[in-house]
Design a binder for this molecule. Structure first.
Ligand code: ZN
Length: 93
């Protein structure tokens, strides 16, 4: 799990202020409190969705928000992942 990459990604959003719940999750991960990090991701994850590159990191490292599964095949999770990929593709020049 590349925590430094997550740090960099979240520092780039919100006019450099980052995302409060992601900062907390980073703190948990650095202290090896994986379960707490997962809980915050599930409770406060709606705030992450606005930032597609940060959301992508979560998809790849912690899985979907609802089930915490990588490559989750749940219909809603597939839809959310596709939507996130679209937003990433659209943001590329
Ligand atoms: Zn899922």
């Amino acid at each position: 799990m590349d925590i430094d990459k997550l740090k960099k990604l979240q520092e780039e959003v919100n006019a450099g202020r980052g995302i409060t719940c992601v900062k907390y999750i980073i703190n948990c991960l650095e202290n090896n409190e994986i379960e707490q990090a997962q809980k915050v991701y599930q409770w406060d994850g709606d705030k992450i969705r606005a930032y597609p590159f940060v959301q992508q990191w979560f998809n790849e490292n912690m899985g979907c928000r609802t089930h915490l599964k990588m490559n989750c095949q749940d219909a809603l999770c597939i839809t959310l992942n596709k939507y996130n990929e679209q937003r990433i593709n659209n943001s590329r020049p």
